[in-house]
Design a protein. Structure first.
Length: 208
């Protein structure tokens, strides 16, 4: 719902499933952080930006983990039961974590119109790989650090609490901050507002 709006505005858009997620058939227990990085769209954007900094005009973090050099996605923040962790369950498959899909609406789609989450929930992976969250991230001030960044906070987010989003932004003073009054999934709950925000950020970067 966001990609068509951006394409209509003249952007080239690629929306891919992460390995082991959505319609991707990769067994989740074998997925690594390096696999995620290969698919920049939808994956952790910081390491690919570090590697290709000269080709990146700017980065937009959509209520995402905003790391520092040497951190891991799984340990940079202590999440509590007010986060996505309340849906996590032990898995019988080594190297994975299970998710309780009956909690998906309250965690990911709490402001999404009721008719929309069903198809999205069906695409949620039953098992999530663990390794990508334990891999250490390498970033440099000269490359990733020099790229303009914008963080869009979701004010009614239930997966990554607003307090965590604000903490991530507070320790990165050079990052511009915007806010949307939405849940974790504005591509469903507020696609027009999300597309307009991304469009405005892109135009500001190129001086349009």
């Amino acid at each position: 719902m966001v990609a068509p709006r951006l394409r209509a505005a003249g952007y080239e858009v690629a929306a891919r499933d992460l390995q082991g997620g959505g319609s991707d058939p990769t067994p989740p227990h074998g997925v690594t952080f390096a696999d995620y990085i290969v698919r920049i769209a939808g994956g952790p954007i910081s390491p690919p930006a570090e590697e290709t900094a000269e080709q990146v005009a700017g980065l937009v973090y959509l209520t995402a983990m905003l790391p520092k050099d040497g951190e891991t996605l799984g340990t940079m923040v202590e999440f509590g039961e007010d986060s996505v962790l309340r849906g996590a369950r032990p898995s019988e498959v080594a190297g994975t974590t299970a998710f309780e899909k009956s909690l998906a609406v309250e965690i990911f789609y709490n402001t999404t119109p009721p008719a929309l989450p069903e198809a999205a929930i069906a695409r949620l992976a039953k098992l999530a790989p663990s390794e990508p969250f334990m891999a250490r991230i390498s970033l440099s001030a000269a490359r990733w650090g020099a790229i303009p960044k914008t963080y869009i906070q979701y004010m009614r987010e239930q997966a990554i609490p607003l307090s965590v989003q604000r903490w991530l932004c507070a320790r990165a003073p050079g990052v511009a901050v915007l806010a949307l009054d939405t849940d974790h999934s504005p591509f469903l709950s507020a696609p027009g507002e999300l597309a307009a925000s991304v469009d405005a950020i892109a135009k500001a970067l190129v001086g349009a």
